[in-house]
Design a protein around this ligand. Structure first.
Ligand SMILES: [Zn+2]
Length: 484
């Protein structure tokens, strides 16, 4: 994949940014201030290797129960994360942020720019700048190559050792007793206990994270306010320190460093985005039983205890949808739309509620209308595709998904939906071909090759399909040979 081959040049670019051009790009960082931890680019582990390991671990995580498979929450985290990454010393590292269904406060950077964010963290922050502060710190661990440098420090690290570390992470996933925490904590703990984010790495991640936060336009006080609250909470729950603190040791010095940096900064207001508020409400609405969630949001609205009425009403609608009370969800969302609260998240749930309460025509029309407004909102695209499949409108689904794939060629979930649409009409060759593309995108080459071999054997292919299957199979087999 071209993605991988372009990494060697990105790596030298990274060296340039931090070394030669450091002062130009990072005017605020004094040359003396730069870490004496060694050259960022001189680690033994290439970014290409890091990406590969990260992708493999990510594939396992996607199959784990703790992975929160929610395209809207994932989209929000990626928009926030990439806004920060764009302000980082190496915006070229392709970052990927993903939500973890875990109430503990945690976020963790893995190899290759994969960053997990626990639901517990998003719910624990008081504003978006606080969340941005934690993500900026994690992004800095990645851009500064702390995992790779940690490995390099251990000397004599071979590919075998790396795979052993990856295996340890996976073992921790499948056996929750292994670690005191759940998946997220275990994976972060396994890597970081092995590599140890040292005090120097933490200081460096704080310093660079601060620059990122500032450059991206957030309130820089977000970092110290969240970390100092976390530290205070830790004093109370001595033996139950948040996982985050076990992997990122927090000291009094770290917090006072953060506060010192803030002293010279003018006050800047950074209001929370609507998406942040909706995402939080959505996560909150997923907690407890559906009834508990409905009661929670109804009480907030009745007591007028909520600062963000629109987000609270959206949370109520999500809770009602969990209860399958689609009519009530629709009414709640419609009221938000009347009030001109505009978001693809609101529109998606509104359209879905209409379809599910039995108004297929109205719901599908609402999907189309929303797609006209937000053509790039992936959750809307998935939602419309799923609604078409559910209503057995297979021809429309195939056309829509094929068109959507032209614009989003790298989307595995769309290929899986397309495979379902083909399967429903018995187009077996095309079904296996679509699944192959989904697996290839997820980096699962053997599974992709297997699907293409199944596609070759299907009896319903026309000449064009057959030759494209053959060509793709040759391509993937060559890629597999190269990887070996
Ligand atoms: Zn850290």
């Amino acid at each position: 994949m071209s993605f991988f081959s372009s990494f060697s040049c990105r790596l030298s670019a990274l060296c340039l940014v931090l070394g030669v051009a450091g002062n130009a790009v990072w005017g605020q960082i004094d040359a003396d201030d730069l870490p004496e931890l060694g050259d960022v680019a001189s680690t033994d582990l290439s970014m290409q290797a890091e990406k590969k390991i990260g992708q493999e671990i990510m594939n396992e995580i996607r199959r784990d129960a703790a992975y929160l498979d929610d395209p809207e929450i994932e989209a929000y985290l990626n928009r926030l994360g990439n806004r920060l990454a764009a302000a980082s010393p190496d915006a070229g590292i392709g970052f990927h942020f993903f939500p973890v269904n875990d109430p503990m406060i945690n976020a963790f950077a893995m190899f290759g720019g994969y960053i997990g964010v626990n639901a517990g963290l998003v719910l624990a922050v008081r504003n978006e700048s606080e969340l941005a502060g934690v993500l900026a710190h994690e992004i800095s661990h990645v851009t500064q190559r702390h995992l790779a440098r940690g490995i390099a420090r251990q000397k004599q690290i071979s590919g075998v050792t790396l795979m052993a570390i990856a295996a340890a992470i996976l073992a921790a996933h499948s056996n929750p007793d292994l670690a005191s925490a759940t998946m997220a904590g275990a994976s972060a703990g396994a890597v970081q206990a092995q590599l140890g984010f040292s005090r120097d790495f933490e200081r460096e991640a704080d310093r660079i994270g601060f620059q990122i936060l500032q450059k991206a336009g957030f309130d820089v006080r977000g970092m110290s306010s969240f970390f100092s609250r976390l530290q205070r909470a830790t004093r109370v729950y001595e033996n139950n320190a948040p996982v985050y603190l076990r992997t990122h040791p927090l000291s009094v010095e770290r917090i006072s460093d953060m506060q010192n940096r803030e002293l010279n900064q003018p006050y800047r207001q950074a209001p929370d985005s609507l998406e942040f508020l909706l995402t939080r409400a959505r996560l909150q609405a997923m907690r407890g039983t559906p009834d508990e969630a409905v009661t929670h949001f109804r009480a907030l609205l009745a007591e007028q205890k909520t600062l963000h009425v629109a987000a609270t009403r959206y949370g109520l609608a999500v809770a009602l949808a969990r209860k399958k009370d689609w009519a009530a969800a629709e009414t709640t969302l419609n009221a938000l739309r009347q009030d001109k609260i505009a978001s693809p998240m609101i529109d998606r749930l509104y359209a879905e509620s209409r379809v599910r309460r039995g108004d297929a025509a109205g719901g599908l029309a609402a999907f189309r209308e929303a797609l006209g407004r937000y053509p790039d909102a992936m959750a809307l695209i998935y939602g419309y595709g799923e609604a078409l499949l559910e209503k057995r409108m297979f021809a429309e689904a195939q056309t829509f998904l094929t068109q959507s794939l032209r614009r989003n060629t790298g989307d595995a979930r769309l290929y899986k939906l397309q495979a379902r649409a083909y399967a429903a009409t018995g187009k077996m060759g095309l079904q296996h071909q679509a699944l192959a593309e989904a697996y290839a995108l997820e980096g699962a080459l053997p599974a992709a090759i297997e699907q293409l071999e199944l596609a070759q054997r299907a009896k319903d292919n026309d000449f064009y399909t057959n030759s494209s299957i053959d060509a793709r199979l040759r391509q993937l087999k060559q890629k597999q040979a190269e990887a070996k």
